[in-house]
Ligand binder design. Structure first.
Ligand SMILES: C[S@@+](CC[C@H](N)C(=O)[O-])C[C@H]1O[C@@H](n2cnc3c(N)ncnc32)[C@H](O)[C@@H]1O
Ligand code: SF4
Length: 479
């Protein structure tokens, strides 16, 4: 792209910086511009301990008996410097065999608890870690025992989240063939960047040529392909970010996602990136530059027909989105998770598995679920959950909200909804409440307005005393 075109992109994206400054002044965004990814409510790692008995005592199967299914495989080839997820890198085959064996038994424990012989899958997501960081034989073995426990007759999507280097070479092509033969139809490939210098700085296991080869191999084998990127990473500039986006567009994949670099972890683990920022603070692009990068990406993708069809997810066709994410965050359907750190989101309750291997193996050996934290939500939390997830990711359907919570949305949080409307962050009609374009850009921050005080992500002094300061203006259910 010519400098003139980049200049034009920057000029048209500049107004987002003004919006960002206004929202910092309003108390909605912390003064340092940090963000907290709003993935669930209450936030995933803020739960108290819970036992299997407490979590499942009053649980009933969903009326159609169907679940979205997640499996976590916590192994990786290398440790990426930005990653805050718990995973073992370069683990011996024997450790992976041991884990797969425990996973198989965990599935049986869960099914026994639910009183079912097979899990009726609605959609499947295999994540990690790198769930393809297994030998082809281990992958086949896993898929054998996994699908044997599922009723796949109504499964609409089977997705793997993968690292590119596991999809190239003889073993990579073999893995692609194996997964396809078990019904896997979609891959989310963690490309992260097409700039080799930045990939090195990330300590990724691949370069841009391998990433491109993995995409080509996957497309040739008939998979729908989603590729993921990080922006705001050390070494990134507007110019080299635009180059990365152009290369992404040239692959003609079905879906493109990008994540703003999260330096300070929001969960239990801490990636090396935090230390890098402490030692070399100037290496990380300033927040306002990251805001520009995001708006430029949105504009450039729109020019090529990719629109935001689920939050942060850009596709040409709406049907290309992740059904696993859509079912959980927009339809609020029941989802079961297996493996280390996996969670289950079950209508009015949430359970999170341990992040420690020892605890995981011990629980399974004792015939218990490896659960360690969770919550059966009360009505207040249930209402907030049924607003936060759909509002962030798609929109709140008023009729459906009443079906899920038992109460009409009219009359709830009126002051907050009015204030967000006046600030141009949400719109409402007789059927829906949804984020505006501006609200969607700052989706995590807008939905945090509905958090109860113990779950506000940053301390009080991080926000100005403006009208959206979540401590000074908490969202009260009946106002
Ligand atoms: C759960 S990770 C697993 C992806 C897969 N293991 C891989 O690296 O190819 C899913 C995505 O989250 C994003 N991500 C991970 N750590 C991040 C961080 N610190 N900040 C922003 N995005 C991050 C990356 O784009 C990554 O592909
Ligand atoms: S980003 Fe992905 S490949 Fe890298 S360490 Fe984290 S989970 Fe593993």
């Amino acid at each position: 792209m010519f400098n003139k075109d980049i200049k034009e992109l920057v000029e048209s994206a500049n107004s987002r910086i003004e919006d960002f400054r206004n929202l910092v002044q309003s108390g909605m965004i912390p003064l340092d511009g940090d963000f907290f990814p709003s993935v669930h409510y209450p936030p995933i790692t803020m739960y108290d301990p819970i036992t299997e008995e407490e979590l499942f005592k009053t649980y009933t199967l969903p009326p159609d008996g169907r679940f979205d299914v997640y499996v976590h495989i916590p192994f990786c080839i290398k440790r990426c410097l930005f990653c805050h997820y718990p995973s073992l890198y370069n683990a011996p085959h024997s450790e992976k065999d041991r884990y797969l064996d425990a996973l198989e038994r965990e599935m049986d424990i869960y099914m026994r608890l639910l009183g079912i012989e097979k899990i009726k899958a609605r959609s499947i997501l295999l994540g990690g870690g790198t769930p393809t960081d297994l030998t082809p034989d281990q992958l086949r073995h896993f898929l054998d025992f996994f699908v044997a426990r599922l009723d796949m007759s109504k499964c609409r999507q089977f997705n793997y989240d993968v690292d590119p280097s596991t999809l190239v070479g003889t073993d990579g092509v073999e893995r692609l063939r194996i997964m396809r033969s078990y019904g896997v139809d979609r891959l989310t490939i963690g490309v992260q960047s097409f700039n080799d210098k930045i990939l090195k700085k990330m300590n990724r296991s691949h370069d841009s040529a391998v990433a491109l080869e993995s995409i080509k191999n996957s497309q040739e084998m008939g998979y729908k392909v989603n590729i993921e990127f990080i922006f705001g990473y050390p070494g990134q500039t507007i110019e080299n970010w635009v180059e990365v986006l152009e290369k992404a567009l040239s692959t003609d994949v079905d879906e493109i996602q990008f994540y703003r670099l999260k330096v300070i972890p929001y969960g239990d683990q801490e990636g090396t990136i935090q230390k890098i920022k402490t030692i070399k603070p100037d290496e990380v692009p300033p927040v306002e530059e990251a805001i520009l990068m995001k708006q430029i990406a949105i504009d450039l993708l729109a020019k090529h027909g990719y629109n935001e069809n689920l939050r942060r997810v850009f596709t040409k066709k709406r049907s290309s989105i992740s059904l696993y994410a859509y079912n959980q965050c927009c339809n609020l359907y029941d989802e079961i998770g297996f493996g280390l750190t996996a969670f289950s989101s079950l209508r009015d309750r949430f359970g999170l598995n341990t992040q420690y291997f020892d605890e995981y193996y011990q629980a399974v050996d004792e015939g218990r679920l490896p659960l360690n934290r969770g919550l059966v939500r009360g009505i207040d939390e249930q209402i907030r959950w049924a607003i936060i997830l759909p509002l962030k990711n798609y929109y709140v359907r008023k009729k459906y909200f009443k079906k899920v919570t038992g109460v009409p949305i009219e009359g709830l949080f009126c002051d907050k909804f009015d204030a967000l409307k006046e600030s141009g962050l949400i719109t409402e009609n007789d059927k829906h409440i949804e984020l505006t374009t501006l609200g969607a850009f700052f989706a995590d921050e807008v939905v945090e307005q509905f958090h109860q005080r113990p779950y506000i992500p940053f301390p009080k002094e991080t926000y100005t005393e403006g009208p959206f300061n979540p401590y000074l203006n908490p969202t009260i259910l009946n106002t």
